[in-house]
Design a protein around this ligand. Structure first.
Ligand code: FES
Length: 120
């Protein structure tokens, strides 16, 4: 079972394949997901200290490219938990402009994932 290490050093054990955004939320992190996990808003962004996945969905790549965010953040709604990951930033409801995190993302990655290598 992959372990997610949070910026404060706490850890979450996530079932293999679970969406990272849901692993964080169910682990008690108030991660934002304002578009409901559809790679449209970028509010579910995280930064990696270790274990950044080497592949990404085309939807994530295109959204990050649109925002000039390639190489800076990843979208936790587009990442399945398949190995241990260490995060150095999670984008949280606390301290944000929003009143709620957003609709809960579906259990499976949306839109239907098409995988590509992570751009450098
Ligand atoms: S991009 Fe909106 S929840 Fe991930």
């Amino acid at each position: 079972m992959p372990t997610i290490t949070l910026p404060d050093g706490l850890t979450i054990d996530a079932p293999h394949g679970k969406r990272l955004v849901l692993a964080l939320e169910d682990g008690g992190v108030d991660i934002l997901h304002r578009c409901g996990g559809n790679a449209k808003c970028t509010t579910c962004r995280v930064q990696f200290a270790a274990g950044e996945p080497t592949r990404m969905t085309i939807a994530e790549r295109d959204r990050l490219a649109d925002g000039g965010l390639i190489g800076q953040v990843r979208l936790s709604c587009q990442i399945p938990c398949e190995h241990d990951m260490v995060l150095k930033m999670t984008n949280r409801l606390a301290g944000s402009q929003y009143e709620n995190a957003g609709d809960r993302p579906k259990d499976t990655i949306t839109p239907e994932p098409i995988w590509v290598d992570r751009p450098r």
